[in-house]
Design a protein around this ligand. Structure first.
Ligand SMILES: Cc1ncc(COP(=O)(O)O)c(C=O)c1O
Length: 381
């Protein structure tokens, strides 16, 4: 029997390679994006309570109704945008699933999708598996801003979608109001749909306001906006998130969702519905994670790395151009094997492997983990 790969270019990714190497060399893992500190005990307690109360069977396919209501209230308060819990919100098993479902809902073979690189690793395979064509545009090094003139030049009648991600993985760049105005100009009068990946919604630093699509009704009317409870509540292993879109798009999204996962984990949704009433839990998150970024950045000053400032997310990128001429993959592998620190080379987020000699560190870790990592990095030769 012959098997044809639908994704012939996808092999073992550097993420798997680095995680494996980190285990083999007992390295401090600042590679993968997850916290190593405990999540809220109040929230785990609420899950326990929900299970004991009997919330252990399938819930509504669109998500536990009270959770959708509470999300609509939160969005109304944060972004002054009315979102209808019955028709415009769907709970999903994670942000990545929401993104995949949104793409699968609208993409036809041959459609073009504008995607900015470095890009979160699922985007391009998600485009390609739908037979669509990624039109890759490099963010401008070193501030990783969007080159809007290039975007305007690449938009044509085949452009079906533009994908944005703010705060941005892997670089920690954030979109500004100016960017949103540019986006408005680009899509005005077209049929282009926007996919906005906002899983780091609350992880924004330096007093910057998160420019959610939810603030812009003219953009929201053509958007899928994807979020992750895992990132907001330090429980990436829960794999729960949600998608917001206008009812006309959401109706189609749910057709794909219905026959894929149908409904998500019930007790956790019940718990999250209760926990969403604790506004401080999400409003304090930016300051909490910023402290970690600041601590890590301060420690890193003792090393020869050059900081490329992050303004959001779990990540900060550093240039090693002044240290070595190795490729970023070789350098990251050497750091893991010889110094016991796992990171991610940023070329992994470029389909053509563009290498600016930059590696990504995840600073969403305990202070002692960050200290342990930097103690090793200061000995770097
Ligand atoms: C930019 C971006 N989008 C989506 C996700 C996935 O979120 P989830 O774990 O909820 O699927 C991640 C996780 O690393 C991410 O960095």
């Amino acid at each position: 029997m012959q098997i044809y790969s639908k994704l012939p270019d996808v092999g073992t990714t550097i993420f798997t390679v680095m995680s494996q190497l980190a285990i083999e060399h007992n390295a401090v893992n600042l590679g993968q994006g997850f916290p190593d500190f405990m999540m809220s005990e109040e929230l785990t307690g609420l899950v326990d309570e929900a299970m004991k109360k009997g919330f252990n069977q399938y819930t509504h396919m669109n998500g536990f109704p009270l959770l959708r209501e509470r999300l609509a209230e939160k969005i109304g308060k944060l972004y002054q945008t009315p979102v209808h819990p019955d028709t415009e919100i769907t709970i999903t098993p994670g942000g990545t699933y929401a993104i995949y479902t949104a793409l699968t809902t609208v993409l036809e073979p041959g459609d073009e999708v504008i995607v900015f690189e470095p890009a979160y690793d699922s985007y391009i395979p998600n485009i390609e598996i739908n037979g669509a064509v990624p039109i890759r545009i490099s963010l401008q090094y070193p501030d990783y801003s969007i080159p809007w003139e290039e975007v305007k030049a690449k938009v044509n009648s085949r452009t079906r979608m533009i994908m944005i991600n703010s705060p941005h993985n892997p670089t920690g760049s954030v979109l500004s109001e100016h960017d949103m105005q540019q986006l408005k100009q680009v899509v005005a009068g077209t049929n282009i749909i926007i996919l906005s990946d906002e899983v780091y919604e609350h992880l924004v630093f330096d007093g910057i306001q998160h420019q959610s699509i939810l603030r812009y009704p003219e953009l929201l009317e053509r958007s899928f906006v994807c979020f992750s409870f895992g990132k907001t509540y330090h429980c990436t292993g829960w794999k729960l998130g949600y998608c917001i879109s206008p009812a006309s798009l959401m109706k189609e999204f749910r057709k794909v969702h219905q026959f894929n996962c149908f409904s998500c984990d019930t007790p956790k949704q019940v718990a999250l519905a209760a926990y969403l009433q604790n506004e401080a839990a999400y409003l304090s998150l930016g300051a909490f994670i910023q402290q970690k970024r600041d601590y890590f950045r301060q420690l890193m000053k003792a090393t020869p790395f050059e900081c490329i400032p992050s303004h959001g997310s779990y990540f900060e990128c550093y240039s090693y151009a002044g240290i070595s001429e190795e490729s970023d993959k070789d350098f990251a592998i050497r750091l893991t094997k010889e110094y016991g620190i796992a990171t991610i080379p940023v070329s992994a987020f470029h389909k053509n492997g563009k290498d600016d000699k930059v590696i990504r560190f995840c600073f969403a870790k305990k202070e002692e983990t960050l200290e342990k990592a930097v103690e090793k990095l200061v000995t770097l030769k």
